[in-house]
Ligand binder design. Structure first.
Ligand code: SF4
Ligand code: SF4
Length: 140
């Protein structure tokens, strides 16, 4: 098991909403491993970033180090990363424990923020992420 993970800002929310669905079998298997590691280890160090991360590594949309999910996705998703990191008072490249991230999420993220931050994401309307944030105690 790796001693730390590199996770981009918006994936700190996606991890909570994950329901075993994703872009390919390889992507889902990798995401499952990461979610298990993240959720089972409050002291695990996470390098939070605003670029492609350990989850993107197994994604069929990754080309080199760039997300090619759709036209403009790289810039749009990096902006989303910076948005969530700003709201959490974290900077790209910072090393922070899972428990500190969860504490910041609980203190600073409200239900309407998810709708703002994730407005362009096709997964939002499924409701998984709102439910995941509730299950994780981040929102009421
Ligand atoms: S709505 Fe999309 S970007 Fe937002 S947490 Fe869910 S999967 Fe991630
Ligand atoms: S769609 Fe883009 S940001 Fe999302 S996991 Fe794939 S490469 Fe990463």
């Amino acid at each position: 098991m790796k001693k730390s993970l590199t996770i981009r800002g918006h994936h700190l929310l996606c991890i909570l909403g994950f329901r075993g669905k994703g872009y390919s079998e390889k992507f889902v298997a990798n995401m499952e491993r990461i979610v298990e590691q993240y959720q089972g280890n409050p002291k695990l160090k996470i390098e939070v970033v605003d670029y492609c991360d350990d989850i993107c590594r197994a994604c069929p949309h990754l080309a080199g180090k760039i997300c090619r999910q759709s036209e403009g996705s790289a810039d749009r998703l990096e902006a989303m990363d910076r948005d969530i990191l700003d709201r959490l008072g974290l900077a790209s490249g910072q090393l922070v424990t899972v428990e500190k991230i969860v504490e910041r999420l609980k203190d600073r993220i409200k239900a309407h923020h998810l709708t703002e931050i994730c407005r362009d994401c096709r997964w939002l309307s499924l409701g998984y992420c709102h439910e995941g944030l509730k299950r994780g105690g981040v929102i009421d």
